[in-house]
Write a protein that binds this ligand. Structure first.
Ligand SMILES: [Zn+2]
Length: 189
């Protein structure tokens, strides 16, 4: 059994009218959208149980995924941020991309500027002072240093949300698949 607090804080995923996962909202907001007809249940992916919400005169079943029936206004005006220290740290989750440290962070040009490296999203990473001075004016390979994640241009927040959602779904499906395999193996013994 799960308790009321868990239920209330369980996120509901909202899909746009054209089935793009766009946001994560709380139960109260989901109930409002369903009751006003601005959203409907989605059941093309398995994602857990419905939550039964009891009102005096009815019971509403809120599924883990809902789809807007109204056209969703894309957040306009977003553009790729400039390559600033603040934005690079944010993209890299305030973590040194060489050793994982979260302290004394600086910005490193993977291909040093002295060797023609540009100040662009794909050549700039967060590095702690220690890694940065160790690397100095060289390429990471020359120092046996490896990037944890290849540097990329930040994505539109909505696109990023969708990508993370589907990645998470895939992981869940793989986990389910491996459980099934085990069960088959046990049954076959
Ligand atoms: Zn480091």
């Amino acid at each position: 059994m799960i308790n009321a607090t868990e239920v209330l804080s369980r996120p509901i995923i909202v899909f746009s009218r054209n089935y793009m996962p766009i946001n994560r909202i709380n139960l109260k907001r989901a109930v409002t959208l369903l009751l006003t007809g601005k959203a409907e249940p989605v059941d093309f992916i398995d994602g857990g149980d419905d939550i039964a919400v009891h009102a005096p005169s009815f019971v509403l079943f809120v599924p883990p995924h809902i789809r807007l029936t109204v056209t969703h206004q894309e957040r306009r005006g977003w553009k790729i941020p400039a390559v600033t220290r603040r934005e690079v740290l944010r993209r890299d989750h305030h973590t040194c991309q060489y050793c994982g440290s979260t302290r004394q962070l600086t910005i490193d040009h993977v291909i040093p500027r002295s060797k023609g490296g540009k100040h662009t999203w794909d050549n700039v990473v967060t590095a702690c002072e220690r890694c940065n001075s160790r690397k100095g004016d060289r390429l990471p390979q020359q120092m046996g240093m490896h990037l944890r994640t290849p540097p990329k241009t930040p994505m539109h927040p909505a696109v990023m949300f969708a990508e993370e959602f589907w990645q998470h779904q895939n992981t869940k499906r793989q986990q389910t698949a491996s459980i099934d395999d085990d069960e088959v193996a046990t049954a076959a013994e």
